[in-house]
Design a protein around this ligand. Structure first.
Ligand code: C5P
Length: 268
């Protein structure tokens, strides 16, 4: 069976509190975007499970790949057979797009389907939360307001259908711990749900990503990309998650290129 895990963007991202467990509480709106990997699982040819990667190179040993960790998690609980797993990476990592989490979540969903495990979305999301803070979102994969570590989710009646999204990933990535290291948690300046209910052109200056100030200072190219997206007519532009991808939302089709960056464009 083959599935095509998709990325996400964050509309607003407020880091509200440091927690005793070392994580941070946050508030954000996760929105799915159609930049996709390809993930296949078939019964193993040999005596062992295998993992084969292609596309963008993820520099971790196979058993540490989130897809294998997702598989081992359910294999332990449900005595699943050995599988040959193939992951073709197109979604950049260190990008704030949740690509690794998307792959892991879709692995859980695929195993639930293939082996008729009968796990509800809520149970799958609980497994996903042990793999990463934004992993549960990808079980539902529809617009969600998130709090807690990012794993406390509530559906939101909100759509960007018909808009064009442009995602601009510079050549460098940013690790999540690096992004959190420069943060002073504070209460959000505005409610995300209330802001996104207003016309998109009003979001600029109101719908904020708390990681932007210190990361834009460290990596001025990020601010430059955001400005260029606005200069090209974006209705709204911001960094996704903990970076380094900057996205622009446009009311109509646009062409956008930037030297040294990977650009992905789609109609939502
Ligand atoms: O959960 P995830 O694996 O994505 O987290 C990676 C790291 O990012 C954590 O170890 C933590 O340092 C930081 N993090 C955080 N608060 C969150 C999510 C992640 O501090 N809500």
């Amino acid at each position: 069976m083959v599935v095509f895990p998709n990325a996400k963007i964050n509309l607003g991202l407020y880091v509200t509190e440091k927690r005793p467990d070392g994580f941070h509480n946050l508030e954000t709106l996760f929105y799915p975007v159609p930049w996709r990997d390809a993930l296949e699982a078939v019964p193993a040819n040999g005596e062992e499970a295998t993992f084969t990667g292609s596309g963008l190179v993820v520099d971790v040993e196979p058993e540490k790949n989130l897809v294998m960790r997702a598989y081992r998690l359910l294999q332990r609980e449900f005595s699943l057979p050995n599988l040959d797993i193939y992951l073709h990476k197109a979604i950049p990592f260190g990008a704030g797009l949740g690509g690794g989490s998307a792959d892991a979540a879709q692995m859980l969903v695929m195993l639930n389907h293939l082996y008729k495990l009968g796990l509800s979305e809520v149970r799958l999301a609980e497994y996903a939360a042990t793999l990463g803070s934004d992993c549960p979102f990808f079980i539902y994969n529809r617009p969600m307001l998130a709090t807690g570590r990012g794993e406390v989710l509530s559906p939101v009646d909100f759509s960007l259908k018909g808009y064009t999204i442009v995602l601009v990933k510079p050549s460098f990535g940013i690790s999540t711990p690096e992004a959190f290291a420069g943060i002073q948690p504070k209460k959000p300046s505005a409610s995300i749900a209330e802001t996104v209910a207003q016309p998109i052109e009003t979001w600029r200056g109101t719908l904020l990503n708390d990681f932007e100030p210190h990361l834009f200072e460290k990596y001025p190219l990020l601010a430059d990309i955001k400005q260029q997206l606005y200069d090209r007519g974006a209705a709204y532009a911001a960094m996704s998650g903990s970076g380094s991808t900057i996205f622009g939302i446009f009311r109509s089709d646009v062409s956008f290129e930037m030297a040294g960056c990977t650009v992905f464009k789609a109609e939502l």
